[in-house]
Design a protein around this ligand. Structure first.
Ligand code: NAD
Length: 296
């Protein structure tokens, strides 16, 4: 058996086209150009690269950006007052703080300075709390988890009543993706670094989401035949045969997994492009909220 490949690149392209049409429609009914403020603290090269990709993608769908870089020595108070200013700025519809922040800054405290209606990353405790509560919905869902869910839905996976296993319990991927799956009536097991018998737990999964940051941790024989596998991991492994000296692999041993799974996301080209597409969707949504409020 060879798994069907869930093509995140082309699904993300469809979403970006939908967002571009949404931006035009919003402007057409007198709304603003959706505008995203990005904040980078320090000079982490990976963060700078991610931000550049996000800004380029925003420009391609007609979303404006204000780009801000603060010194890596900025104090907690300086970062928080800067974010508060952006929160109060009516020209800004969405705010993206590129994580991780330098180690001595309190991330949670910074994130709470974002007004929830501008929280396009969906990491504000109120938005995350709403995701966890029955009967309430967040204004924004974190982009990577939302991307995982879209890939599951558009690949035809059945969520209701399914057994889902999520590897990883981070605030930005594992935990919100687990909450989202519960909202969609899956029965969810969340695994982490202390979980015992991980392969055995994974073998029970109809839907397996790997977000641990360990290259090819999940082997083919951990996967239930026919399962849907979403690989969130982005890991560099040395590869002297490539020009850069490394290649990117996921948390799943892809070549083993495709022999067993029913469908699977590749790395790269699976979840990664969906994360950026989700940010664009959320920014459009933030501008729509601002426009609807100003019109009310
Ligand atoms: P994290 O380091 O914050 O969390 C990792 C989680 O995995 C933790 O909960 C930890 O307990 C668990 N874990 C670690 N080792 C484990 C093991 N051996 N067995 C079981 N659980 C284990 O990471 P994160 O920010 O959630 O990111 C996870 C991966 O997803 C990384 O590779 C990251 O680069 C990638 N990522 C990709 C995207 C994307 O757009 N595709 C977005 C965010 C993160």
């Amino acid at each position: 058996m060879t798994a069907r490949i869930i093509d995140g690149k082309s699904i993300a392209a469809e979403i970006r086209a939908e967002v571009a049409a949404g931006v035009e429609a919003l402007i057409g009914r007198g709304g603003p150009v959706p505008t995203l403020a990005t904040v980078l603290v320090g000079d982490n090269p990976a963060s700078a690269t991610y931000l550049r990709a996000k800004r380029t993608a925003a420009a391609e769908v007609g979303i404006g950006t204000f780009d801000h870089t603060l010194s890596g020595n900025a104090t907690q108070q300086e970062v928080e007052s800067f974010v508060t200013e952006l929160s109060d700025d009516p020209r800004v519809h969405g705010i993206l703080i590129q994580l991780p922040l330098p180690i001595d800054l309190d991330e949670q405290s910074v994130l709470t300075r974002i007004r929830i209606e501008k929280d396009v990353d969906g990491f504000h405790p109120i938005n995350l709390g709403r995701l966890a509560q029955k009967g309430s919905d967040p204004l924004f869902i974190p982009c990577t988890p939302a991307g995982c869910l879209t890939l599951l839905k558009r690949s035809g996976a059945r969520l209701e009543g399914s057994r889902a296993v999520v590897l990883g319990r981070s605030n930005i991927v594992g935990m919100p993706v687990a909450l989202l799956l519960i909202k969609h009536d899956a029965t969810v097991t969340v695994c982490h670094s202390r979980t015992r018998d991980l392969p055995q737990v994974c073998r029970g999964a109809d839907i397996l989401i790997a977000a641990v940051g360990q290259a090819e941790l999940v082997r083919g024989d951990w996967i239930r035949p026919g399962a849907t596998v979403i690989d969130v991991g982005i890991n560099r492994v040395e590869d002297p045969t490539t020009e850069r000296g490394y290649r990117i692999v996921g948390d799943v041993a892809y070549h083993e997994a495709i022999e067993v799974a029913g469908s699977i996301t590749p790395v790269p080209g699976g979840v990664g492009p969906m994360t950026v597409a989700g940010l664009l969707q959320n920014t459009l949504h933030a501008a729509e909220i601002a426009h609807d409020r100003s019109a009310a």
